[in-house]
Design a protein around this ligand. Structure first.
Ligand code: PMP
Length: 362
């Protein structure tokens, strides 16, 4: 396909071309049914097969142990910022959060609507350029849970290892790095992620929750905001986003065919290496935003000497077919989001462009 952009969008983001093409083929008529999957009941056997296949693939690819439910919920990860305290922060308890950047901050603000929060560690004083080390974490053993953001999409930082929290429930927002590498799900009580970076299009959020945490919340919690509602009904309590789940299922098949979580990690380390190497060998022309040991495999953030040069970089890159390199408005600079589906060739092309731009502007 000649016209495919070098797509570095932060989310929604690049999807595997094979998946888009297969979806196109299946769009008008699905499985000899005489209709599109988008036109059929979510209670029918054909849709249910897709629904449960996606769940089974997630379980397989993330090696989710027995004793966890996998839920498909709408409202994005932002809705989980509220559902977590609504369901898991009982009155009188405190929830601990690690303040790593823009998205952790949003999660904290939302939790404050429902109860007490404490900050187990923060890198705010360092402009969120780093992930606090595990030994810095300080929280009472009585907290309802400890919440982390495994990858800060805007700052471009990522946890490289996760804390062992013992009896304390660990909750992870993995919206921007789910399935980018193998993880030990058993360390977590809850993992949640919007699909629109590594799993598919927007519209569905996955929640992986240990069964003992699916408890009856306060009576005032609305039915749709309760985990037990979705768990009891296998995420079919109401009409699920059938197209988003179908697309996620196809993306998961693609992940499996490309080596699963371990295959993704190898691919992602190679891709991230292409850009970080250019940054590190540029004599300071490109400046990585994140501290080296906190660098993200998914969102590579960097700045140039001044804003004018950054604007020129964006303009010239766009003219050459690169999309989405402008940094988030809140931190500025530049950002290349290189989620699972971004092809290594796109990243190699960006690395070449960066070297060439450097030599012309040194
Ligand atoms: N958490 C993280 C880490 C994110 O990157 C995002 C979206 N960019 C969100 C939460 C919010 O997700 P949504 O837009 O699905 O509500």
């Amino acid at each position: 396909m000649a016209n495919r952009a070098y797509n570095f969008n932060a989310g929604p983001a690049a999807l595997p071309l094979e998946v888009l093409q297969k979806a196109q083929e299946q769009f008008v008529e699905f499985d000899n049914s005489g209709m599109s999957l988008m036109e059929m009941s979510h209670r029918g056997a054909i849709y249910e097969k897709v629904h449960f296949e996606a769940e089974a693939l997630l379980r397989e690819l993330l090696a989710i142990p027995d004793g966890y439910k996998v839920l498909f919920i709408q409202g994005g990860a932002s809705t989980q910022f509220a559902m977590i305290p609504m369901n898991l922060l009982p009155k009188g308890s405190t929830a601990a959060y690690v303040a790593t950047g823009s998205w952790a901050t949003k999660a904290i603000q939302e939790a404050k609507l429902f109860g007490e929060t404490s900050i187990a560690a923060s890198s705010e004083a360092d402009s969120y350029k780093r992930i606090p080390s595990i030994v810095e974490l300080a929280y009472s053993p009585d907290v309802a849970y400890l919440h982390i953001t495994s990858n800060e999409t805007i700052e471009g930082t990522q946890w490289s290892e996760f804390p062992d929290t013992g009896e304390v429930t660990l909750i992870g927002d993995m919206s921007s790095d789910i399935l980018c590498r193998p993880i030990d799900v058993s360390k977590f009580g809850v993992i949640y992620a919007g699909a629109q970076k590594n799993l598919g299009p927007s519209g569905v959020t996955i929640v992986i929750i240990r069964e003992d945490l699916i408890v009856k919340p306060a009576a005032s919690v609305p039915t749709m905001m309760r985990y037990d509602t979705h768990a009891k009904a296998d995420s079919l309590y109401n009409t699920p986003p059938t197209f988003a789940i179908y697309m996620m299922n196809e993306v998961l098949k693609w992940v499996k065919a490309n080596g699963g979580a371990a295959g993704m990690e190898a691919r992602n380390r190679e891709k991230a290496g292409f850009i970080y190497d250019v940054i590190d060998n540029s004599n300071g022309f490109y400046r990585g935003f994140a501290e080296k040991d906190s660098r993200s495999l998914m969102n590579v953030t960097f700045t140039l000497a001044n804003e004018e040069l950054e604007k020129q970089f964006v303009k010239e890159s766009e003219a050459q077919g690169f999309v989405g390199l402008k940094g988030h408005r809140s931190v500025g600079g530049l950002r290349a989001s290189i989620y699972n589906a971004v092809p290594p060739e796109s990243v190699r092309a960006l690395a070449s462009f960066m070297k060439e731009f450097h030599s012309r502007n040194a």
